[in-house]
Design a protein around this ligand. Structure first.
Ligand SMILES: *[C@@H]1O[C@H](CO)[C@@H](O)[C@H](O)[C@H]1NC(C)=O
Ligand SMILES: *[C@@H]1O[C@H](CO)[C@@H](O)[C@H](O)[C@H]1NC(C)=O
Ligand SMILES: *[C@@H]1O[C@H](CO)[C@@H](O)[C@H](O)[C@H]1NC(C)=O
Ligand SMILES: *[C@@H]1O[C@H](CO)[C@@H](O)[C@H](O)[C@H]1NC(C)=O
Length: 397
C-alpha cells in the first residue's frame, strides 16, 4: 500500500517536473524575446543573437529575428515550427542555406549573405512574399521557384545575379512584383519571364542590359517596366508592343527611337494608353516617324537631355493626347510647324534649353488645354503676334 502511494507520488512528481520543464523549455525564448498573442508572435529583433534562441514555442506564427548576428540556422531550426507564417531574418549575416516549414507565407531575408536560395525556397509552397534584397545571389536557377506557385512579390534587388535560367518563373503564375534591380543582368527575354500573367511591376533598373527587343517582352502583360541606369544602346521595333503601359529607360545610351515601338505585330490593336515613357539622359538623336504609332494617349512623354536636333512632322499623326511632353535639354534647332496639329497637349510642354531660334507660327494652334509652357534658354529672337492666342488655359509661361 505504502509502496503503491510512493510510486503514484513519484509518478506525479515526475509528471509535474516534466510539465514544468516543458513549459519552461517552450517559453525559454520568451525570456530573451518579447512574446505576445499567447506566445504565437515572437519578437527577437535586435538582441545581438548569434544563434537561434532555444525554446521557441512550436505554435509560433510570427517570428522576428531581424537585426541580429545570425550566421547559420541550425538544421531543422525552423522546421520545428509547423505553424510559422511570417519569418523575418532581415539584417543578419546568414550565408548557409536553411529550410523553412511549408506554412511560411512571408519571408524577409534582406541584408544577409545568401548565395543560394534553392534550399530555402524548396518548401515555399505557401509563400506569397519573399525579400532577398542585398544578398549575394549570382544566378536564378530553373528550379529555384518551381514549387512556389503562390508567389506574388519577389524582391531580389541588390544581388549579383548575372543570369536567369529559362522558365525560372514559369510556376509563378500569380507573380505581380518582380524586382531585379541592381544586379548584373545583361540580357533578358520573355523566355526567362514566361508565365507571370498580368504582372504589375518588373524592376530591372541598374543592371547591364545592352539591347532590347523585339521579343524581350513578347506575350507578357506588365504594367510597369523599370530599366533606367542600364547600358541599352539599341531599342528595336515592337519591343513594347505588349500591354506595358509604363516604361522607364532614363540614363541609358539609346541612340534612336525606332518605328512601331508600341505595336505588337501579332495583334494589330491600335488603341493604347501609355502612362509613362521616360527616355531621358540618353543619346537619342533620331525619333523615327512611326515611333509612337498606335498610341492615343501619353500621360508623360519625357525625352529630356538627349541629342535631338528636330522631331519628324508626322510623329503624332493620328489623334493623340499628351499630358506632359518634355523635350528640354536637347539640341533642337527646328520644329516643324505641324508637329502638334493632331495632338492635344493637356498639361505641360517643355522645349527649354534647346537651340531654337524661332518658333513656327502655328505650333501652338488649337492647344486650348495646355496649362504650362516652358521655352526658356533658347535663342528665340522673334515671337510672332498671335502665336499664343489659342492657349486659353495657360497658367505658366
Ligand atoms: C508542441 O509542443 C508541445 C509540448 O512540447 C506538444 O505537446 C505538442 O504536441 C507540440 N505541437 C506540435 C504541433 O508539434
Ligand atoms: C494629321 O491628321 C490628318 C488626318 O488623319 C493627316 O492627314 C495628317 O497627315 C496629320 N498631320 C500630321 C502632321 O501628322
Ligand atoms: C484648329 O484651328 C483652326 C483655326 O485656327 C480650325 O479651323 C480647326 O478646325 C481647328 N482644328 C481642330 C482639330 O480643332
Ligand atoms: C544666339 O543667336 C545670336 C544671334 O543670332 C548668336 O550670335 C549666338 O551665337 C546664338 N547663341 C547660341 C547659343 O546659339
Amino acid at each position: 500500500m505504502e509502496r503503491g502511494w510512493y510510486i503514484i507520488l513519484g509518478l506525479m512528481m515526475l509528471h509535474y517536473a516534466t510539465l514544468i520543464l516543458t513549459v519552461h523549455a517552450s517559453k525559454e525564448a520568451c525570456g530573451v524575446c518579447e512574446c505576445s498573442d499567447h506566445g504565437t508572435r515572437i519578437d527577437c529583433s535586435d538582441r545581438g543573437l548569434m544563434e537561434l534562441p532555444k525554446g521557441i514555442p512550436n505554435d509560433t506564427k510570427v517570428l522576428n529575428l531581424a537585426e541580429n548576428a545570425l550566421k547559420e540556422i541550425r538544421k531543422h531550426g525552423f522546421l520545428d515550427l509547423p505553424h510559422l507564417i511570417v519569418l523575418d531574418l532581415t539584417g543578419n549575416s546568414i550565408d548557409k542555406p536553411f529550410e523553412i516549414p511549408e506554412s511560411v507565407m512571408m519571408l524577409h531575408a534582406r541584408g544577409n549573405q545568401l548565395q543560394d536560395i534553392d534550399l530555402v525556397m524548396k518548401n515555399g509552397v505557401q509563400l506569397k512574399t519573399v525579400d532577398f534584397e542585398d544578398n549575394r545571389m549570382t544566378a536564378i536557377g530553373r528550379d529555384t521557384f518551381a514549387r512556389c506557385t503562390k508567389l506574388t512579390n519577389v524582391n531580389l534587388r541588390g544581388n549579383d545575379v548575372t543570369s536567369i535560367e529559362a522558365d525560372a518563373f514559369k510556376s509563378c503564375t500569380k507573380l505581380r512584383y518582380l524586382l531585379l534591380d541592381k544586379n548584373k543582368i545583361s540580357t533578358i527575354s520573355a523566355k526567362e519571364l514566361t508565365a507571370p500573367k498580368d504582372m504589375d511591376t518588373l524592376g530591372l533598373a541598374e543592371n547591364k542590359l545592352k539591347e532590347l527587343g523585339p521579343d524581350t517582352f513578347k506575350g507578357l502583360q506588365i504594367r510597369e517596366v523599370w530599366m533606367d541606369d542600364n547600358d541599352v544602346q539599341v531599342l528595336k521595333a515592337h519591343t513594347f508592343g505588349g500591354v506595358i503601359s509604363s516604361i522607364v529607360l532614363d540614363n541609358n545610351r539609346i541612340l534612336e527611337i525606332p518605328a512601331s515601338l508600341f505595336v505588337d505585330p501579332s495583334n494589330k490593336q491600335h488603341r493604347k494608353e501609355i502612362e509613362r515613357f521616360y527616355c531621358q539622359e540618353n543619346r537619342v538623336n533620331r525619333v523615327a516617324i512611326g515611333a509612337f504609332q498606335g498610341v492615343n494617349r501619353f500621360n508623360k512623354l519625357l525625352m529630356r537631355n538627349n541629342r535631338l536636333t528636330t522631331l519628324p512632322e508626322g510623329l503624332f499623326d493620328t489623334k493623340t493626347e499628351i499630358g506632359q511632353l518634355l523635350i528640354a535639354d536637347n539640341h533642337l534647332d527646328f520644329l516643324p510647324e505641324n508637329i502638334l496639329v493632331n495632338t492635344t497637349l493637356t498639361e505641360v510642354l517643355d522645349i527649354g534649353f534647346n537651340r531654337l531660334t524661332s518658333i513656327p507660327d502655328g505650333l501652338f494652334r488649337n492647344q486650348t488645354k495646355l496649362r504650362t509652357l516652358f521655352m526658356q534658354r533658347n535663342n528665340i529672337s522673334v515671337i510672332t503676334r498671335g502665336m499664343f492666342k489659342d492657349l486659353h488655359s495657360l497658367e505658366v509661361l
